[in-house]
Design a protein around this ligand. Structure first.
Ligand code: NDP
Ligand code: OXD
Length: 309
């Protein structure tokens, strides 16, 4: 069995080295020098050029380096019938829980306002409510959203989620489907987007949605830039419908230097680092799935191509 790797994003170590440490008996090739393409049975990729995965006639499984697979599924020539496995690994999940908890607490305790007061030398005793009276809502409540909720539940936040199918998670009120969206938004003061980017969720963060939130709500988007109607976010911030936004993802990445988000006083901007796939734990998942496939089992965490996640 041979694995081919196309990481695209820089990591601390070479993925080849990490893979070879975990499976020393197996061959691992670089995308740029694939050798005999009939040997390649597994691909570990971020966003390979369109049409290129189809070139491997014996591919058994495609592993995504990311949890999101929108960049892979945009390829109209993906080989049929080959399972696509998205990244679900404990360190990526942990990183997202840290990012979301940090920014929820930051808004909950009105840190941006306090920082401004400090810059202005204003001694004003802002009294924030405690977590049980703060309503946080997860737009998208899968692996990442549920782990973030576990941490926020321990802090006693008032939590709700919106997903395609209903959920039963302790301390989280579940809303689902088209009918569940409006009541979910109406009760949500801090909105955390952890949706996958699909045909159904594209552009979901728009003026109509913001208008259904309580005035002065906060937005944290760590999903995908394609969820954002970026002019609508700016308008909602300028009108006060949104108090502030933390944006980790953008329609165009890297964010162009002339984007108004860079200098917007109500925006906290991070360069798509809310959470990053960690190499050792990621390769453990890949190796575990290769062993499953070779034992005749289905790999775990496969993507439903029709749903797009
Ligand atoms: P999951 O697939 O586990 O969860 C996705 C959630 O979204 C599920 O709850 C699903 O509902 C819900 N959902 C999907 N489509 C709809 C819809 N049309 N209507 C309502 N709910 C919907 O994904 P993860 O939690 O692992 O990851 C979520 C996303 O986070 C990734 O796709 C990626 O885009 C982003 N991400 C961003 C990172 C960053 O650094 N910024 C890092 C890692 C991931 P249901 O449960 O009913 O299926
Ligand atoms: C992911 C990401 O999808 O890094 O994992 O955005």
């Amino acid at each position: 069995m041979t694995l081919i790797i196309k990481p695209d994003l820089e990591h601390t170590r070479s993925w080849h080295d990490v893979f070879r440490e975990a499976m020393p008996e197996r061959e691992c090739r670089d995308w740029a020098s694939p050798g005999e393409i009939a040997d390649i049975e597994y691909a570990f990729v971020w966003a390979p050029p369109l049409g290129e995965l189809r070139k491997f006639p014996n591919l058994k499984c495609i592993f995504s380096i990311g949890a999101g697979v929108d960049h892979l599924l945009r390829d109209p020539d993906l080989p049929d019938g080959v399972p696509i496995v998205r990244m679900v690994e404990p360190e990526l999940t942990q990183g997202m829980a840290e990012f979301v908890t940090l920014h929820v607490l930051r808004y909950h305790r009105e840190v941006p306002t306090l920082e401004q007061q400090q810059r202005d030398r204003v001694w004003h005793e802002l009294i924030a409510p405690t977590a049980p009276s703060r309503k946080v809502g997860f737009l998208g409540f899968g692996v990442l959203g549920q782990d973030c909720a576990r941490v926020l539940h321990a802090l006693k936040f008032d939590l709700a989620s919106w997903s395609r199918t209903p959920k039963q998670v302790e301390g989280v009120q579940s809303f689902h489907g088209a009918d569940g969206l409006d009541p979910f938004l109406a009760r949500t003061e801090i909105l955390v987007c952890l949706l996958p980017l699909t045909a159904e969720t594209e552009g979901i963060l728009n003026s109509d949605l913001f208008a259904k939130l309580p005035r002065g709500a906060w937005l944290i988007n760590a999903g995908r830039g394609g969820h954002q109607v970026e002019d609508d976010i700016l308008e909602a911030l300028d009108s006060g419908q949104l108090a502030a936004a933390t944006l980790d993802v953008f329609r165009t990445e890297p964010l162009p230097t002339d984007s108004p988000f860079w200098a917007h006083p109500k925006v906290t901007l991070t360069p798509h680092i809310a959470s990053v796939t960690q190499q050792v734990s990621a390769i453990e998942q890949v190796v575990g799935n290769i062993r499953r496939v070779e034992a005749g089992k289905l790999p775990l965490n496969t993507v439903d191509r029709k749903l797009g996640y």
